[in-house]
Design a protein around this ligand. Structure first.
Ligand SMILES: [Zn+2]
Length: 171
């Protein structure tokens, strides 16, 4: 894991996203469970689903509110994301990063994992701090914006976008 986290710093995306990914992989994001270590009174329940403990892995991968975003991303990018643990997910990212493959699809692989994790965190924070409701559409748009801002597009995103209604679980 140590070597894979070192690779974070070589990624071609903003420093704040690198720091965020590093914190996430160390289990040090300020989730409700993490905060409860020194703020006993605070609820440890997930801000999005309100039914499970808000650990880093729950929030970023397993939460029932977030999971459809990963399903959408898989369909849009053609990449199978292993969402059982952050370590597995990051292992696959590291493979795409160290691969000699210079194809567009590999470039997409290098961007989508950090883009998705970062977008989930931003969307969750909008819910917690701004009282916004969580819509998978907003999450998908943020992921697309991030990837497009790095000069890459998801080939399947347009067609998947048409079917986003299926993934709609907000509200
Ligand atoms: Zn949840």
């Amino acid at each position: 894991m140590q070597d894979k986290t070192k690779l974070i710093w070589k990624g071609k995306y903003p420093l704040k996203v690198k720091i965020f990914c590093w914190m996430a992989l160390q289990g040090r994001l300020l989730t409700k469970v993490y905060k409860s270590k020194w703020r006993q009174s605070e609820s440890t329940m997930c801000a999005l689903c309100q039914t499970e403990l808000e650990t880093v892995e729950h929030l970023l991968l397993k939460c029932v509110v977030v999971a459809p975003g990963w399903v959408w991303l898989s369909a849009a990018s053609g990449i199978h994301f292993r969402c059982n643990t952050l370590e597995e997910l990051w292992e696959d990212w590291a493979k795409s990063y160290t691969s000699k493959d210079r194809s567009c699809s590999n470039r997409v692989s290098q961007l989508t994992t950090p883009a998705a994790l970062w977008a989930i965190w931003l969307t969750r924070n909008s819910c917690v701090f701004k009282g916004q409701r969580f819509y998978v559409e907003n999450l998908c748009d943020l992921i697309l914006q991030f990837i497009q801002s790095r000069g890459t597009t998801l080939a399947g995103a347009g067609s998947v976008r048409l079917h986003r209604g299926v993934l709609h679980i907000g509200g």
